[in-house]
Every structure is written in C-alpha cells, then in structure tokens.
Design a protein around this ligand. Structure first.
Ligand code: ADP
Length: 398
C-alpha cells in the first residue's frame, strides 16, 4: 500500500468543516468524473484504487493505492476523509462493518449495500418489496434445473463481482448449457428466466439524507454483447411507463434508506410492464449523459447527497441526448487521438476520454454525448441511432 500527499484545495473553505473531504472506494472512470464535479464544488476527493495508472488518480486530491476490498487501506482512507462513498461495490462488507463500528462514515450506508451485492440476495430483496423481477432461482451448476426452468433460453449469472456482462450468460441450447456449467462449476450462481424485452430502460435517482428524492429523465439503454453501447435520454415511453419507473425508483431508494445516486436497470416488456434487472448503489453508465445534457450531473448530485448539500435540479438543459460508449475493439496501447478529434467535430458532441493506457475488446475507454435538437421524441430516437452509427464508424476507423 502506498499513500500520496494530499494537494490543497483553496475553494474547500465554503463547505461545512466536516464534509469537505470525500473518499471514494474505486478509482476508475466513475471516480474520474466525480473528481471533476468535486473540484467544482470545492470538495477534496481521495480515491482507493489498485494502480497509480487508474483514471481517477490524476484528478484526485490524493490516493491510497490498494485493492478495492483491502480493508486496511479503507481504514487509512477513513483517516484522510470525512465520509467514504463507493464507485465500485466489490467491497468486503464485513471488514468495512468493523471500520463503521470504529466511527468511519459510509454514504450510502453499509446497510443500504447489504441486500445489493449478491445478485440472488438482491432479487429476493426486490421480491420481498413486491417489485417485479424476472423469475429466478438460486442454483448450483451441478444441480438439476428447477422444473419451471427447463426451456431454453435461460440466463445464468454469477452472484457476485459481475460487471459489463462478465458473469452473465444467456444460454440458448443444451450444448452451450453444458459448457457454461463446466466453466462455472463451484461458483455460487443465479438462474433466471430469459426476458424477451421490448427495450431496456434505466432510472438514475438520488436520495438525500433527509429523504428527498430526485429522479433523472428515464433513459433507454442498448447493450451489445451484454455491454452498454448507447443511452438515449429521455426514453420515448408512455407517461404510464415513466410513472412505473419512477415509482420503482422511489420505493427502492426509500426502502434502502439510500444516500447518493443509485442506478436501476429495467426491462420493458411488449405489454408495457417493467421488471427490475439490477440495482447499482453508485453512479451509473446510463447517467453519463447528465454531465452535458442536465442541469446537474449525476456526479455532482452524488457528492451533493453524500456531503449533505441540497440536491440539484436533474432536468435536461436541452431537448434530449444520446450517449455512446467508446468500447475497446482491439488489444493495443493507443490514445486514439485522431478518432477523438474527429468525434469532437460532430455537431453538439462532447467527447470524454478516461485516459486508460491499455485498450482491450469491450473495455470502456471513453464516451461521447451528443445533444439532440428535435422536439419530437420519435425523431430524436431516429437521430440518436443515426448519430451512434456515425460515432461507431469514426471510432473504429483506423
Ligand atoms: P452486469 O451486472 O454484468 O451488467 P446484467 O445482469 O445487467 O449484467 O446483464 C447484462 C445484460 O444482459 C442486460 O443489460 C441484458 O441485456 C442482458 N440480460 C441480463 N439478464 C437478462 C434476462 N433475464 N433476460 C434477458 N436478457 C438479460
């Protein structure tokens, strides 16, 4: 473990003394973007992250270089900060509980995180709350399939540490079922029905310590190979679906006594029902559009909630926007400067680059948000898809 010196922050004096220093467990792109928001709010952000090359280290006031689940490192982070938050939920909750007992302040609280870190436990929590989810079973790859789940396709998920589709397997037939079972042998698994959704949506919502809730415009998300490729804000959905999504977000955040931003991934069925796919207790990829297209970004909103500042307005500052992830498509060391310069020429485009040194297929290297000017939701969706095709074309042109 290695500690770097804290850099001073001259604007921090305006905040109440106790909440000027925020620690983030994780130092990837979410912490990087939180770092920009922290600077604007005059907050000192210190990150706990394994490598000095991780995206947020360059913008943070300080860093504790250690693994995400290194509780000793989080103890050091707690000494440097007034409050600790999460950009990554792959933490050792039992270890952190000992720090909380000794006075470390976590926002969201460890209690809010407890039902969310294991996908099976999360599904049970949603079910107990009466919220709609895909049908699911706890299951071991050596066990026979439950009677109600004998038809393909089926979905198998590892219960912990899944991200960007790693750990999620859509099993189409008996042959792939066998090979996936062999690969996952011995790991705790969640089995669930395959939902032939019409579209995927996401609700990004913030809750303050006083219980105030602010919900961003509900967005449509599109995944490719189970990784988010693009997000359209706002989603072209009926008022009824919007109300359902917002009601799910309120129920969940209140029940969790959440503090900060939470991302809620949803499936929209052909008959206009919503099912909750997953809850992330942190800022979320489907909220990145808010940096350029909303009055308050999700990163600023998260810090506001965590630091007990009033929540900001999460309304759009334009008619709509599309966010396209710049996903690695090769193993290479490149800063893709030429492509980024070309992307910046697109009208209404904001290019965000995470500064990762190494590209790998599927790795999130940056994103582009393009604000959309059409007043009609259907036109905007068509415009969004066409902009996304153009971005992909430029991005992958060598
Ligand atoms: P991760 O936690 O790695 O992001 P998810 O559980 O969110 O994994 O799944 C990634 C993607 O896989 C989803 O966005 C969706 O496209 C697809 N998926 C996941 N579960 C199901 C399901 N039960 N039915 C249909 N598609 C699913």
């Amino acid at each position: 473990m290695k500690f770097t010196e804290m850099k001073s922050n001259p604007t921090a004096a305006n905040l109440p003394a106790k909440i000027q220093r925020v620690g983030a467990i994780g130092g990837g792109q979410l912490a990087l973007m939180m770092g920009d928001a922290a600077r604007n709010l005059g907050i000192e952000l210190t990150v706990q992250t394994p490598s000095a090359a991780d995206p947020a280290v360059a913008v943070a006031a300080g860093s504790v270089l250690a693994a995400i689940d290194d509780v000793g490192a989080t103890a050091k982070l707690a000494e440097l900060c007034d409050v600790i938050t999460f950009e990554n939920e792959f933490v050792d909750l039992d270890g952190l509980a000992q720090l909380a007992d000794r006075g470390a302040l976590f926002r969201p609280s460890l209690l809010s995180l407890t039902p969310l870190l294991d996908k099976y436990v999360q599904r049970c929590y949603l079910q107990d709350l009466g919220l709609p989810t895909p049908r699911f079973w706890a299951w071991d790859s050596g066990d026979p399939l439950p009677e109600e789940a004998t038809n393909f396709p089926l979905v198998i998920k590892t219960r912990r540490h899944g991200y960007d589709g790693q750990g999620t397997f859509i099993v189409k037939d008996a042959a792939s079922f066998e090979s996936i079972c062999a690969k996952l042998k011995g790991r705790p698994l969640l089995l669930e029905e395959f939902v032939p959704f019409d579209r995927e949506l996401a609700a990004i919502a913030a809750r303050s310590i006083d219980g105030e809730i602010a919900i961003y415009p509900i967005v449509e998300t599109q995944q490719e190979d189970r990784v988010c490729r693009l997000v359209i804000a706002p989603a072209d959905i009926s008022l009824n679906v919007k109300a359902q999504a917002e009601s799910i977000a309120r129920t969940l955040l209140d029940s969790l006594q959440a503090v900060g931003i939470f991302g809620i991934e949803l499936f929209l069925t052909a008959d206009n029902r919503l099912l909750v796919n997953e809850i992330a207790p942190r800022t979320h990829n489907s909220g990145h559009f808010s940096i350029d297209a909303c009055k308050t970004s999700q990163f600023e909103q998260h810090l506001r909630a965590v630091c007990q500042l009033p929540l900001g307005n999460c309304g759009l500052n334009c008619h709509g926007a599309v966010m396209v992830n710049l996903l690695g498509y090769e193993s290479a060391e490149s800063d893709y400067l030429m492509q980024r310069q070309q992307l910046a020429q697109i009208a209404g485009a904001f290019v965000h680059w995470y500064g990762k040194k190494q590209s790998r297929p599927g790795r999130k290297l940056g994103h582009v948000t393009v604000v959309l000017d059409s007043e009609s939701a259907a036109d905007r969706r068509a415009q969004a898809l066409s902009v996304a095709r153009n971005i992909d074309f430029i991005w992958k042109a060598n």
